[in-house]
Design a protein. Sequence first.
Length: 139
Amino acid sequence: MANIEETIFDEGLPVNSIAMAKRLIEILKANKTNGYSALPDKDKARYKMCLWLINQQVYGQTGIIHLYNEWEELRILWKGRPKSICTCGHTGDGPNSQHADRYGLGHGACKVEGCNCKQFTWDKFIEKGKDVLSHYHSE
Ligand SMILES: [Zn+2]
Ligand SMILES: [Zn+2]
């Protein structure tokens, strides 16, 4: 029987995430390592094929994964921070703000590289990654 990653180019894709995750471990163990970087090129491809199978289940087959954006979203979901969003789209108004402190936590200029926002301007609330303002107002 073919390994699960070899089904990647078949007509239909496998759905068993456990088999995909197990195969990742199997590839690592077969190479007596616990990290991707130590794998030989052929098995790096196999490893990536398994990751692709897993990722397409989460993001869709044509999904584009921006790891920093994903990290940022996860951080907000996990940490329950921040409280409000600036018109520039970045967080502010409180601790762990992406805006500098000025007269108050996160009230100054945006610290995100490439953002030219000079001062935090409240746009909306968020709570655990969700816009909670829409729960209180209806237009
Ligand atoms: Zn801003
Ligand atoms: Zn900004």
